[in-house]
Design a protein around this ligand. Structure first.
Ligand code: NAD
Length: 440
């Protein structure tokens, strides 16, 4: 075991020589690809999770995430570079511990750090000198110093001397064909200069570019800035959507035209609302922390207000379109296309499609869904639909009073949908405006 005095050079060498055992805690959308990235770069990796189904799947060489090929898990297993376990005492074996556990909002829309705290409680007895702990979960500035550091210090470990603490936000974009864990630059800030040095050594072998910043707080805030930037700009487009609609202007045409400007404009698109684990949630981590400093984050609040109103707008447009053909929402048969929160992923967290379905059902509509990524409507924390996937065909489409395109998966046959839907509500700008096609 490393002693206090030689902890830094020994750990640096292990990381640089790829002799370090990399522990990844939380094997979800972020943790699993991170395990594979390290294993593929020649490190040995130990994945830890409380969910035995995940650790068993990894041990069996299976993937439980649609866009991650089982072959990658099998290869890492065959090479003897990947193990997974629910036994947290094994954390003592790891030289690095990277935390990728959830950071949701609670029912009052305040940060819920319980997953981080529970993970730390499980890990604490097994922390030892000569380790680096990196938090990757999205969170408010100050979490690493205020929540993690005191826990580690209480164990008698000296940050920057015998133990190293960094924050490095995950920028995983599931389903992105152009970037993956290894090729997305990694922002990282350490608790001390020595921690930053260790953080660089931890990530530089596995990730194409490491971007060190001056503190853990700066790294935490960087992630929030990225997601706030998206939430606010999408909110702006969602504000312009009903206006453009009322003015008879095609907003998608306008955005595409504006995007031909080679500088100073970044295209964002409106939609049925915000979904996913990040964009609808992360900005409010900063809103919450800002109150401690007597500040209000008005752009964030306003974007949140506009974005969360979008499902109701889609429902209103659907009701209006049905009304035009002499039908009330109540009793109408409606098909929602796409329940994932964004296209080409098997992730429904915070999906606005589900909110749209809830609102339609509350109005008495008979709502079905079609999504090739979900054979059955999965159990969700606050939504329940006893439904299975409706495969698309000309007859099926024509049997519904209206079809609502909520998530524009590439797998959908858009010509078939356009040809056979009696009424088509398009929340993604996928179809050119036409008779029977309503933008919402
Ligand atoms: N999904 C993304 O695309 C994405 C992108 C960037 C950042 N993030 C952030 O990364 C973090 C993880 O997100 P995710 O999407 O991978 O979540 P996830 O829900 O897919 O995975 C989290 C994993 O942590 C495990 N877990 C929960 N409690 C635990 C505990 N006490 N000990 C050990 N494991 C535990 C769960 O079983 C699960 O396997 C979040 O903070 C999220 O905001 C996610």
């Amino acid at each position: 075991m490393a002693t206090t005095s030689n902890a830094l050079p020994e750990l640096l060498e292990k990381l640089r020589e790829k002799q370090a055992l990399i522990g990844v805690v939380g094997l979800g959308y972020v943790g699993l690809p991170l395990c594979l990235t390290y294993a593929e770069q020649g490190y040995r990796v130990l994945g830890l999770d409380i969910d035995q189904a995940k650790t068993e799947a990894i041990e069996d060489g299976r993937s439980y995430i649609q866009h991650i090929e089982a072959g990658r898990v099998q290869q890492a297993r065959t090479a003897g570079r990947l193990e997974a376990s629910t036994d947290f005492s094994r954390a003592a074996e790891a030289d690095a511990l990277i935390l990728c556990v959830p950071t949701p909002l609670n029912q009052y829309r305040e940060p819920d750090l319980s997953f981080i705290r529970d993970t730390m409680t499980s890990l604490l007895p097994y922390l030892r000198p000569g380790q680096v702990l990196s938090l990757e979960s999205t969170t408010y500035p100050g979490t690493t110093e205020e929540e993690l550091r005191p826990l580690v210090e209480r164990r008698g470990l000296v940050i920057g001397e015998s133990f190293f603490l960094v924050y490095s936000p995950e920028r995983e974009d599931p389903g992105n064909a152009h970037f993956n864990t290894a090729t997305i630059p990694k922002v990282m800030g350490g608790s001390t200069a020595a921690c930053t040095e260790v953080g660089v050594a931890l990530y530089e072998q596995a990730i194409s570019e490491v971007v060190p910043v001056s503190s853990t707080q700066a790294a935490e805030m960087t992630k929030l800035l990225e997601n706030i930037h998206r939430a606010v700009n999408i909110g702006l487009m969602n504000e312009l959507k009903p206006l453009a609609d009322r003015m008879g202007i095609d907003l998608y045409e306008v955005i595409r035209a504006a995007a031909t400007k080679p500088f100073g404009f970044v295209p964002y698109y409106p939609g049925p609302g915000l979904g996913g684990h990040c964009i609808p949630i992360d900005p409010f981590y900063l809103t919450w922390k800002a109150r401690e400093f007597g500040m209000h984050t008005r752009f964030i609040e306003l974007a949140g207000e506009i974005n969360t109103a979008m499902p109701a707008y889609v429902v209103q447009k659907t009701a209006d379109a049905l009304n035009d053909v002499g039908k009330p929402l109540k009793g109408s048969r409606l098909l929602v296309l796409g329940v994932a929160y964004k296209k080409n992923v098997d992730d429904m967290r915070e999906s606005p499609s589900v909110e749209v379905m809830e609102l339609l059902r509350a109005k008495g509509a008979d709502v079905q869904y079609s999504d090739p990524f979900f054979a059955a409507f999965p159990p969700m924390r606050s939504h329940a639909f006893d439904l299975t996937n409706t495969p698309l065909s000309a007859e099926v489409l024509a049997s519904f009073d209206a079809v609502i395109l909520a998530t524009d998966h590439d797998a959908f046959d858009y010509d078939l949908i356009a040809a056979h839907s009696r009424l088509l509500i398009d929340t993604r700008g996928r179809f050119a405006p036409a008779a029977r096609i309503v933008r919402a």
